[in-house]
Design a protein around this ligand. Sequence first.
Ligand SMILES: *[C@@H]1O[C@H](CO)[C@@H](O)[C@H](O)[C@H]1NC(C)=O
Ligand SMILES: *[C@@H]1O[C@H](CO)[C@@H](O)[C@H](O)[C@H]1NC(C)=O
Length: 420
Amino acid sequence: MFDGNWCALLLLLVYYWSPSWGLENGLARTPPMGWMPWERFRCITDCVKFPRDCVSEVLFKRTADLLVSEGYADVGYKFLIIDDCWMEKYRDSITRKLLPSRDRFPSGLKHLSDYIHERGLKFGLYHDVGKFTCMFQGPGAEGYFKVDTQTFAEWGVDYVKLDGCFTENEKMDDGYREFGRALNETGRPMVYSCSWPFYKSQPNYDDIAQHCNLWRFGPDVTDSPWSVLDIMNHYRRHQNTFERYGGPGHWNDPDMLVLGNYRLSYDASRLQLAIWTIMAAPLIMTNDLETVRPEIKELLQNRHIIAISQDPSGTPGKCVLVDENVQVWVRPVTPLNALGQYSYAVAFVNTGDFPSCPLCPQTFQIKLDDLKLENPTGYLVLNLFNASETLGRFKGKDVFTTRINPVGVTFYKFTAAAFY
Ligand SMILES: *[C@@H]1O[C@H](CO)[C@@H](O)[C@H](O)[C@H]1NC(C)=O
Ligand SMILES: *[C@@H]1O[C@H](CO)[C@@H](O)[C@H](O)[C@H]1NC(C)=O
């Protein structure tokens, strides 16, 4: 009996049965952008000795103001995320709710959340799936998923980073799944950032991508070019997996952008930004926005690069060629031309260990065919670090030449040409 009701039911079933392996809560359609204090401010809790640097509402209000006044919010850096060390050591004895530190967040987190929202920003908060948080060893979520997700919803949280310390390996998988369900049941949309794969020797990305909007897959980033190269190489070793699982709503997270601190040169700063963009990684800065040098601020706010990062196709790129100390990283992006050919962002990396001259700039030449850039109408090439530099049209047989600084990168957009 195929009357209207049956049809509706059938459609509903098809809808719910349609193969969809990724978390679909409508959030993080492009990689999240924002700020998190961790690599720069760590777990400084002594506001008497370190009033400027301690993890407190003063730091977050100052940063909210700077995200807006310095132009970061305008180009997309919207999530202001509190990391570990925000809480009291004990839950409320009656309600069992988490308590923000009375000394450092005297106005409470609802107040801070309102402050952040009033500036057009989004509010992120850290928690841990196990018994305690990683650094501060404040109360973890274990046994309190419902209470804590409800509390987060009441505070107006928009993004949750869930760490994975102090839990048994067997409990962890269930923990991440159930916390995600509890978030969903609050009815408040919250981006769900999981540290889950970081704690697993053999992460099951089918499972992880079904429950999380983004996931930390590698080691913690530190303020050093070697750390940036280390994370790049980690991604490279697993890039076919990462390429498969990254996409709108679910992203591989190689950790924060350390640009603007102490130990990345200008070239290494460009390198981190370019490769994180190729990976379709979240762009979460960790720095002191008041002291970011102007040329680094300009990099962080480069609109051409951010457009690549936020490309609607959401396809992660990868390293397609290694030639001695040069790596070529390629990400397909829009627009497609009438022949259905993608455009590409291409980063040429000099890892700096060239045998005859480890720290020299290096000239590199390649035929586009060798990068599988084979669009018959060719590509119009733009230098992403300097948008006034257009390099003309290149076809598959043409040789592209670039000169790359050591522990540095050159970064171009190859736009598929529309006409012959
Ligand atoms: C909860 O999950 C359903 C099904 O995946 C989804 O449609 C909905 O948007 C989610 N709601 C929230 C608040 O995450
Ligand atoms: C950017 O490119 C233009 C055109 O090639 C050039 O004149 C200018 O010096 C470049 N700017 C920088 C900062 O390199």
